[in-house]
Write a protein that binds this ligand. Structure first.
Ligand SMILES: Nc1nc2c(ncn2[C@@H]2O[C@H](COP(=O)(O)OP(=O)(O)OP(=O)(O)O)[C@@H](O)[C@H]2O)c(=O)[nH]1
Ligand SMILES: [Mg+2]
Length: 458
């Protein structure tokens, strides 16, 4: 972290403004070599004042040409994104102009940053913890209002504060234990009070709560996967297009039109969904269709909710349904083409009366709005998040599970009056597991896997 890094921080391509970011001990020195407030070549412009915007020009040192007219924002560490000296240059956004400025900076001794290196430095300089660093990536990739809300609250330290509080409680407990281990002759054997036992229960309960919150609500980040399935020609692709409000899937009167599954994101009331249109499922010898049907079944298995579609004149059969939809899967029974005045509408069998049933006409766009509302209600019905915006990610969940495992052993140790040394090991493990969430005890592998997923310049 002794070197100075630089990168283009905004997306490539044409735009109003493009930002180049420099961070490290030489950031100010370097900026002063290429920046001038006048149109005269800089000779080491020294008056860079922290947290003040300067207007001026970036020069090409070799040809003494002006590359671009810019705004320059110097920020002295630790009051900066990385907590180091940072300079941000706002130039015009075009691939060539930004690259030319970046090359100029690199030629003066900066190094091109690695993906996520600015945020990694902010973490290593302890300006943010690991959950906040992860939230930065989540904010950038948020696909819905709810995902953004969760990421923003994590970025402000909501999860960090909770985890740190639990960890401190355990550290206090460990210190009591260690006194008796280190000074067995001076203090009485460790005798946990009810208060300490309650504390372990409280931490356990909190960890389990966070795990449940992950399980209940991780779809708010990833999107709820909904697969539309049914026999050929029932109108699956027509419904897909209606839901998306665009012609995404090919619709024809020819049965077997859709072969490859078609997947597309959709946002309803700020909740992200992923809708998947699939090949019609039926008995066939057509090799391409057979593969399409296999893929359809894989998607059905992997989805959070299935839209099982039938048309008037057909019959709902338990056997047929069970061949397609795995046991326990959430399903909505969709009857399409209700505008047709031919044939009776299929009814759910006795066994499946509990499945919600919706009647629509994808052709005339009838009932689709109601179906969308049902999708929202159905997916969040048994979700009781209260006002909590703390949703641990999969990495956090795994660490919480390890914490629960260690603390369960501690709890057993307390009732069985296990040796203090053994209990201390379990407590230490739980403290370490919680520490991987905030980054206090995270290994280099964990850090690499987190920051390598960032873009360059972030
Ligand atoms: N009358 C009527 N026709 C519909 C309705 N929805 C779809 N269709 C028609 O039914 C035919 C099949 O529609 P698709 O959406 O391609 O059906 P699909 O289930 O995707 O068919 P495959 O991809 O072949 O499995 C087309 O001619 C549509 O115009 C509807 O609500 N009412
Ligand atoms: Mg289709």
């Amino acid at each position: 972290m002794n070197d100075t890094i630089a990168a283009i921080a905004t997306p490539y391509g044409s735009g109003g403004i493009g930002v180049i970011r420099i961070s490290g001990p030489k950031a100010f020195d370097l900026a002063s070599k290429i920046f001038s407030k006048t149109k005269i070549q800089p000779e080491g412009y020294k008056n860079l004042e922290s947290h003040r915007v300067d207007h001026g020009y970036i020069f090409d040192a070799k040809n003494k040409d002006i590359i671009d007219e810019v705004l320059l924002i110097p920020m002295k560490g630790p009051r900066s994104y990385t907590a180091e000296d940072v300079v941000e240059i706002q130039a015009h956004s075009g691939t060539v102009v930004l690259r030319t400025i970046l090359n100029e900076i690199l030629s003066h001794g900066a190094r091109l940053s690695e993906p996520g290196e600015f945020t990694k430095r902010a973490f290593l300089n302890q300006r943010i913890d690991l959950t906040q660093a992860e939230a930065v990536a989540d904010i950038i990739t948020a696909k819905s209002a709810s995902a953004l809300k969760i990421a923003a609250s994590q970025n402000l330290g909501a999860l960090r504060n909770q985890i740190r509080e639990l960890r401190e409680k355990l550290i206090h407990f460990l210190s009591l234990l260690e006194v008796t281990i280190d000074f067995p002759d001076d203090v009485d054997p460790f005798e946990p009070s009810q208060k300490e036992k309650d504390m372990i229960d409280h931490v356990l309960e909190k960890c389990r709560e966070f795990i449940k919150q992950h399980d209940d609500a991780c779809f708010l980040k990833e999107g709820i996967r909904i697969t539309i399935c049914g026999a050929p020609n029932v109108g699956k692709s027509s419904l897909m297009n209606r839901l998306l409000e665009k012609d995404r899937s090919i619709v024809t009167a020819v049965p077997g039109t859709t072969r490859d599954p078609i997947e597309e994101g959709l946002n309803i009331d700020g909740i992200p969904f992923v809708i998947i249109d699939t090949a019609g499922i039926h008995q066939t010898d057509d090799l391409v269709e057979i593969i399409g049907i296999e893929k359809a079944k894989d998607h059905i298995t992997a989805s959070d909710l299935v839209l099982y579609m039938k048309e008037p004149g057909s019959v709902f059969s338990d056997k047929e349904f069970e061949k397609v939809v795995p046991l326990g899967k959430k399903v909505i029974f969709v009857i399409n083409k209700i505008d047709l005045q031919e044939g009776n509408l299929p009814e759910l069998s006795e066994k499946y009366q509990h499945i919600p049933r919706v009647e629509i006409s994808a052709l005339l766009n009838n009932g689709v709005k109601e179906l969308k509302q049902k999708l929202v209600n159905f997916c969040i019905a048994d979700l009781d998040m209260g006002n909590s915006t703390i949703i641990p990610n999969l990495r956090h969940k795994k660490a919480l599970e390890q914490t629960v495992e260690s603390l369960t052993a501690v709890k057993a140790g307390l009732t069985q009056a296990l040796e203090e040394e053994m209990m201390a090991i379990d407590i230490k493990n739980s403290i370490d597991s919680l520490g991987t969430i905030t980054g206090e005890t995270a290994s280099l592998d964990i850090l690499d896997s987190i920051f390598n997923n960032f873009c360059i310049g972030k």
